[in-house]
Write a protein that binds this ligand. Structure first.
Ligand code: ADP
Ligand code: K
Ligand code: ZN
Length: 433
């Protein structure tokens, strides 16, 4: 079943005509209302009237996460503030967070994208949906929530955490669909086993997993252990939140992008040049209909490729491949985005610590763990051990508070972290080893 047959099965020429109309309108809007874009267009010597075909997209400037940070909090908004009805933000220390605002129409479109996604996963209004994505400033929880209601399903707003209680709810409420990160699903399964509950005996039949990278092997593993069909959902706050693209349960082969709202491109991250279908590069999105914070050619830093071949599910929309990596140093720890630079700024705010550090990421069981090793300065090193422990706890608390992830902190002697001549090696990622 297809939620919006009209848009999701549009022939390519009609889709492109719609995209061009919307692109022109978008350029007019941002040029008139967002000084950042007016300046960028002027510098590139281009006006909205110059956009005559989709091919002209290549002349438009890119937008990056740093641009949103530079205009924190509201500088990139394209509507008067009273028209914004909700804000979300990605994790980060003050001034570094990325803030996004939605008009009522933006929220309606988002809910529809999620409704399309849930139906693409095989859900209908008769399903009960256990939503374990985090509610709050993150886009995951509320994004999925309103889409599930729009579909007309029954949503259980559990949010993250309190895992044993989640298992009880899965048993008692009998949801047929679960939405969470893939690693949390594995953790839920393990916890259930400890509690003597077999997932295969629950009514659960569909899992909608995303917010962090995972593999096809992990999918097969989850499916075998839990007896559900596992599908991949993708999105990012800057562009909207979850539901930018979604995998259909029929093919389980790439995520259909809602092209009537998000115009995708793949570029070579080293020079910004367009790459062809099937070639792996950085995914770039232009938000064709967004009002609150419309973005032109937003560089996601996520690596993927595009597949325009027809899909067995009957949808005509382009599919993006599973995310293959990042073109920057962002880490995703249990669904939460973490940049080494955020850790660094916290170190600099803590007395006695130096900016010589290393982040070690491991996978222990199903869950990612993060250890931050930091060199103390000479003075701190000569101090009493209890002072060191105090600093460790202080940093640990700050990381939890500002970044929303739990890290273990280990203070080490001055000069003990290896110095590098080129780019410092900040992250040692031992997951997947
Ligand atoms: P979300 O809450 O949807 O994860 P964020 O803005 O916090 O939104 O994070 C977005 C980033 O998370 C993406 O740029 C991508 O790196 C990662 N991500 C989201 N969904 C997936 C997915 N299905 N597979 C791999 N990575 C994903
Ligand atoms: K994420
Ligand atoms: Zn399909």
């Amino acid at each position: 079943m297809i939620y919006n047959v009209d848009k999701e099965t549009l022939p390519r020429e009609d889709m492109e005509a719609l995209q061009l109309r919307r692109l022109k309108d978008l350029c007019e809007r941002v040029y008139a209302r967002v000084p950042f874009y007016k300046k960028k267009f002027d510098e590139a010597g281009i006006t909205p009237a110059d956009i005559r075909s989709l091919n002209d997209l290549q002349y438009l400037p890119f937008t990056e996460k740093q641009d949103l940070r530079n205009h924190y909090p509201y500088g990139m908004f394209a509507v008067p503030k009273e028209n914004i009805v909700r804000l979300h933000a990605s994790s980060g220390t003050t001034g570094r967070a990325t803030v996004v605002g939605y008009t009522q129409r933006d929220l309606d479109i988002w809910a529809e994208c999620i409704a399309r996604s849930l139906m693409m996963a095989g859900a209908t209004r008769r399903d009960i949906i256990h939503n374990a994505y985090g509610y709050g400033l993150f886009t995951g929880g509320l994004g999925v929530h309103f889409g599930a209601e729009k579909l007309g399903a029954t949503v259980v707003p559990v949010s993250g955490g309190a895992t044993r209680r989640q298992i009880s709810l899965l048993k008692d409420f009998g949801p047929t669909v679960i939405c969470c990160t893939p690693s949390y699903m594995i953790f839920l399964h393990e916890t259930a086993r400890e509690m003597g509950i077999d997932f295969r005996e629950l009514p659960l039949k569909i899992g909608v997993f995303g917010a962090e990278p995972w593999t096809d092997e992990m999918r097969r593993d989850i499916e075998a252990k839990t007896g559900i069909t596992a599908v991949n959902i993708y999105g990012l706050s800057e562009v909207m939140g979850p539901g930018v693209s979604m995998e259909c349960h029929e093919a389980q082969c790439g995520m259909h992008i809602y092209e009537d709202h998000f115009l995708p491109e793949i570029i070579d991250p080293s020079n910004g040049k367009a790459m062809g279908p099937g070639e792996t590069g950085e995914l770039v999105f232009t938000t064709l209909t967004k009002e609150g914070i419309p973005l032109i050619r937003y560089r996601t830093k996520d690596l993927s490729s595009l597949n325009y071949t027809p899909c067995v599910c009957g949808r005509s929309t382009v599919r993006m491949d599973r995310i293959k990596g990042r073109s920057d140093d962002m880490l995703i720890i249990r669904g939460v985005n973490v940049f080494p630079s955020q850790i660094e700024s916290l170190l600099l705010e803590t007395a006695g610590l130096t900016p010589h550090y290393q982040i070690i990421v491991r996978r222990e069981g199903p869950l990612d763990t993060m250890e931050v090793q930091v060199e103390v300065d000479e003075k701190m090193f000569s101090d009493a051990i209890k002072n060191l422990q105090h600093r460790e706890r202080e940093l640990q608390k700050n990381i939890k508070e500002f970044l929303g992830v739990t890290a273990s902190v280990k203070l080490v002697e001055p000069q003990s972290i290896e110095r590098s001549v080129g780019k410092a090696k900040r992250v040692i990622d031992q997951r997947g080893e």
